[in-house]
Design a protein around this ligand. Structure first.
Ligand code: BG6
Ligand code: MG
Length: 216
């Protein structure tokens, strides 16, 4: 018998690929500030909070802004981002994500979302997946960003399960670290050469099965 009782999913890069929208919005902001943002730079922003992302971008561009200006810039970027995600549809769900969530729930496993994004609920509504989660822990409910395990520990708590009974699905290195620090199993979504600390790495949730889950 497996001890796994719950699965906790990151959103961006696991359920949907919103990185393209984050990139477009940050790039537009960088361009307005007089510099550019490469796709490699954007990779470093995956799983990183909005505030921290802006700090890094300003640093890369060699631009200094006051705290008040930074807040204004983050709000501006978010406005563009929210406009883009308002057009999202279920067609943007990553392959196998919805099916795997349904499989987990049919097997009696609890499910939670554990994301840094304050826009998580909007996205879940747009892609019609709200009902597939027993709990949603997002950027509005946590104070410490990944790799701090807070988001996943709150997820376990909301599901009334112990951390050791949870498996986390993550595409970011910081997220894998957060899961492991929290005492959970971690499945990486992406490349095994990048997500080296994960207990298992798959290219997407379409590669996941209950058999693989119970072997963790
Ligand atoms: C993470 C994304 O899930 O959420 C990051 O990977 C993003 O790119 C972060 O910056 C915060 O998102 P939001 O929607 O609150 O700006
Ligand atoms: Mg992610």
């Amino acid at each position: 018998m497996s001890i796994i009782k719950a699965c906790i999913f990151d959103l961006d890069g696991v359920i949907v690929d919103t990185a393209v929208y984050h990139y477009k919005a940050w790039k537009r902001l960088a361009n307005e500030l007089g510099f550019d943002l490469s796709e490699e730079d954007n990779e470093k922003l995956k799983g990183v909070s909005r505030v921290r992302s802006l700090e890094l971008i300003l640093q890369w561009g060699g631009v200094t802004k006051t705290a008040a200006e930074q807040e204004e810039l983050a709000t501006k970027k978010n406005g563009w981002y929210v406009e883009m995600i308002s057009h999202m549809t279920p067609a943007e769900i990553l392959p196998g994500a919805k099916e795997f969530l349904e499989t987990c729930r049919a097997a009696g496993l609890k499910t939670a979302l554990g994301s840094a994004s304050k826009n998580s609920m909007t996205i879940l509504e747009k892609i019609n997946m709200v009902d597939l989660f027993d709990a949603v822990i997002d950027g509005n409910k946590v104070s410490k960003p990944k790799p701090d395990p807070e988001v996943f520990l709150k997820g376990a708590e909301a599901l009334h399960v112990a951390p050791a009974e949870c498996v986390v699905f993550e595409d970011a290195i910081a997220g894998i670290e957060a899961a492991i620090t929290g005492g959970m199993k971690a499945v990486g979504i992406g490349s095994p050469t990048v997500l080296t600390e994960a207990d298992l790495v798959v290219s997407g949730l379409n590669e996941m099965s209950l058999e693989k889950l119970y072997k963790l």
